[in-house]
Design a protein around this ligand. Sequence first.
Ligand SMILES: Nc1ncnc2c1ncn2[C@@H]1O[C@H](COP(=O)(O)OP(=O)(O)OP(=O)(O)O)[C@@H](O)[C@H]1O
Ligand SMILES: [Mg+2]
Length: 332
Amino acid sequence: MPKIYDVITIGGATRDIMFYTDEATVMPNPVEDVTRQNLVCFEFGAKISIEGSYFTLGGGGNNAAVAFSRLGMKTAAALAIGDDDNGRAVMENLKKKKVDTKFVQKIKNKKTGFSFILTLEKERERTIFFYRGVNEELRITNYELRSFKSKWFYVSSLSNKNWRDILNKVLDRGKLAWNPGINQIKAGKKGLIEFMAHTEVLLINKDEAIELVLSDEKYKNKSADFLNQPRNLLLALSEWGPKITVVTDGGNGAYVYDGKIVYYSPAASVDKKIVDRTGVGDAFGASFTAGLEIYKGDIQKSLRLALVNSASVTTEIGAQNRLLTLKEAEKN
Ligand SMILES: Nc1ncnc2c1ncn2[C@@H]1O[C@H](COP(=O)(O)OP(=O)(O)OP(=O)(O)O)[C@@H](O)[C@H]1O
Ligand SMILES: [Mg+2]
């Protein structure tokens, strides 16, 4: 009898290399572009000293799997890793965090994906340079499908060209929680609409939501004022058909719409200094989805769990450090 999981995550896995500097200047983009409002500037050709560097693990599918497992969900992860030390580190970590690695694909002679994450000391904001590596080779074959039995499928950013094939293979196999990545966002309404009616939860941040709403004929000429209001983005995207739509807005909190009520909550406050925001989106998305399962669809409680866990992740360096257990989260 194949095992039935609570959730199978599908998405990226990376080695994250983080470094901090205060030698950059953030400047408004001289060219009017609502999707690129601020730029990070360094002295051209300079040798720039960095304060500290950290080696952690990341990637949407990887981070979400660890978040779900720490919250007590029976979790498996469908990821692609290379035949290298970084790949082995990803695998070891998943095993340690009790994530089933049955669907982790180890691809010979290829490199595990990695990211250079530059955090500016003053702004505490990060800019990510990422090398997709073997994430582009992730496949869902009949081998996986035979034992892909799960209540939920949590699909995060997919780097590969055949991402539609992966989505089509999990549609209606369980509830779909979807956090589209850059490739999917670029596809716009035309490229995504076919999946929306099959989506239980759509999770997206404000900038990504602006880009998607602008790809909708109905909204393409809307003003920056209109687009800068997450509530407008939430309602516009919910018309595409997902059962629940979530728009997150960083330190300003998050918005949820279930077709009847708009929920808004400011970000949870943390009693510790914010040191690194890497992984907040994955922590939020996985916790909100886990909440829907644990609290039987209660949106208010799921939102609270997501806010608390994503805020907790900001208090330590790395996307997976400070991911909470359910008991820890409910104490907050
Ligand atoms: N500075 C902060 N303090 C407290 N909570 C935060 C902070 N930044 C983000 N969060 C929480 O994390 C959630 C998601 O943040 P955000 O909208 O930045 O996601 P994201 O851009 O998708 O992140 P990622 O880059 O990890 O994908 C927010 O709704 C909020 O609850
Ligand atoms: Mg995100």
